[in-house]
Write a protein that binds this ligand. Structure first.
Ligand code: FES
Ligand code: FES
Length: 154
C-alpha cells in the first residue's frame, strides 16, 4: 500500500505499484492540471513537487511516493507561488497553456531555492520544461518579475 500526502490531504493507493504518479493524480484523484506530454521525462508537462522538489510525474511510480509529500498545480499556495502566478498573469505568459502548469511548478521550485536567479540560473532550472509555443522569453521575464515582487515584500 502507498500512503502519502497530496496537496495537504492523506491519500492511500493499493493498486499496481508501477502505475505512475501522473495517472494516479489525473485518473484517481481527478486533478487534471498536470499534463501528459511525452511520458518519458523529456518535456516537463507533468511536473509536480515531491517533498518540495520538481519531479516528472509521468516517470515516477507510485512505489516511489510512499510517505512523501506531493504538491500539484492545484495545491501550490505560498508567497512564492502567488508571486509566480501573479507574474505569469502580468506578463501574459501563456499561449496554448499546455506546458504551463509544469513551467509554473519548476519556476516556483527555482525561486524557493534561489530568490534572485540570473538568466543562466533560469535557463538551467527551466531547461527540462519544453514549450511548443516558444514562450521561453516571457517565462524568463516572469520569473524575474516574481523575484522582484518577492524582494520588495521581504
Ligand atoms: S509528460 Fe512527463 S516529462 Fe513529458
Ligand atoms: S504555451 Fe503552448 S506549449 Fe507552452
Amino acid at each position: 500500500m502507498t500512503k502519502f500526502t497530496l496537496n495537504g490531504k492523506t491519500v492511500t493507493y493499493k493498486g499496481d505499484a508501477n502505475k505512475t504518479l501522473l495517472w494516479f493524480v489525473r485518473e484517481d484523484e481527478g486533478l487534471t492540471g498536470s499534463k501528459f506530454g511525452c511520458g518519458v521525462a523529456m518535456c516537463g508537462a507533468c511536473t509536480m513537487h515531491l517533498n518540495g522538489n520538481p519531479v516528472r510525474a509521468c516517470s515516477t511510480p507510485m512505489s516511489a511516493v510512499n510517505g512523501a509529500t506531493v504538491t500539484t498545480i492545484e495545491g501550490i499556495s505560498s508567497k512564492v507561488a502567488n508571486a509566480v502566478q501573479s507574474a505569469w498573469e502580468t506578463l501574459d505568459v501563456v499561449q496554448c497553456g499546455y506546458c504551463q502548469s509544469g513551467q509554473i511548478m519548476s519556476a516556483v521550485a527555482l525561486l524557493k531555492n534561489n530568490p534572485s536567479p540570473s538568466d543562466a540560473d533560469i535557463d538551467s532550472a527551466m531547461n527540462g520544461n519544453l514549450c511548443r509555443c516558444a514562450t521561453y522569453h516571457r517565462i524568463r521575464a516572469a520569473i524575474h518579475n516574481a523575484a522582484s515582487q518577492l524582494a520588495k515584500e521581504a
